[in-house]
Design a protein around this ligand. Structure first.
Ligand code: AMP
Ligand code: MN
Ligand code: MN
Ligand code: MN
Length: 273
């Protein structure tokens, strides 16, 4: 079975419409797909998704969460999209995201870069702006050559556009997902650049909060990373998930379905879905 449980569309910071994403997933031979946009389920209202019968779709979301002094991402897989608690939680995350975007623009203006919010909104086509859109705006404005440099100079940790956000706490987010009958999966644990000890604390807190799985595979990764995450998965008795974290075609992100294989020792999250 070819599974990809972590992808983005234009409804957050991906470049494709849901129809284009589906087409690409089918072309890549994906059998089971989840669209997990940042803090939104709007893609699931899109006609292409509502009318889809060609691929098995697992309703999903990627929540931004606060853990200690850091932001981490939690996937809610197989959530009930009609659940009123999760819907109101999404509204509050959206408000936090909009407020943050205004703050990022203000901070950039303070260092002499004007009008980024307007351009970022134009690029996104909606007002739920991610740092990705600011990065694209900075490229479009010729402030930097590419998005990677935009993060390095202006948007990454410790830079002017790295604004502290009042995302909901990790524990709350896991509760929302569970109350919507979903499975809570810690996204790309190796991408936070935590020490081994800190990563264990995160996973331990996540498990204690009711978290059920971790993303053992995120795109194409080194065998060492896979082994490390598979071991943690076993140690904390968590299920294993697999996702490309696809955002757009091209070389900067893995393609839909382009994921390493899950080690045999792992129990996969989709068996229970
Ligand atoms: P946000 O949710 O607004 O904090 O934006 C986070 C998003 O920015 C991630 O989901 C990625 O899509 C993107 N991102 C984060 N770091 C980088 C980076 N170094 N280069 C390019 N994109 C990045
Ligand atoms: Mn993103
Ligand atoms: Mn993420
Ligand atoms: Mn993602």
């Amino acid at each position: 079975m070819h599974v990809d449980l972590h992808t983005h569309t234009r409804y957050s910071d991906g470049s494709l419409t849901p129809a284009e994403l589906l087409e690409r997933a089918i072309a890549a031979g994906v059998d089971v797909l989840s669209i997990t946009d940042h803090d939104t389920i709007d893609a699931y209202n899109d006609d292409a998704i509502r009318l889809n019968s060609e691929i098995r779709l697992i309703p999903g979301i990627e929540f931004s969460a606060q853990w200690r002094d850091r932001g981490v991402h939690v996937l809610g897989l197989n959530i009930d999209l009609e659940n009123t608690d999760i819907r109101s939680s999404i509204v509050s995350q959206r408000t936090a995201r909009i407020q943050r975007s205004e703050c990022i623009a203000e901070r950039l203006e303070n260092i002499g870069i004007k009008d980024t919010l307007q351009i970022a909104r134009q690029i996104a086509g909606h007002d739920s702006i991610a740092r990705t859109h600011f990065a694209q705006a900075l490229v479009q404005m010729n402030v930097v050559e590419d998005s990677k440099r935009a993060f390095k100079k202006y948007l990454g940790a410790g830079k002017a556009g790295d604004v502290k956000t009042n995302w909901a706490l990790l524990q709350e987010i896991v509760e929302w997902i569970r109350s919507a009958n979903g499975v809570a999966v810690l996204a790309h644990p190796a991408k936070y650049n935590f020490t081994k000890t800190r990563l264990k604390s995160l996973i331990s807190d996540f498990k204690e909060a009711g978290g059920q799985g971790i993303e053992v595979i995120s795109g194409q990764q080194t065998p060492d990373t896979t082994q490390h995450l598979a071991k943690l998965c076993g140690q904390y008795e968590l299920l294993a998930s697999v996702g490309s974290d696809f955002h757009k075609p091209g070389l900067s992100w893995p393609n839909v379905g382009n994921v390493s294989a899950l080690p045999k020792s792992c129990r996969s999250v989709w068996e229970n879905l």
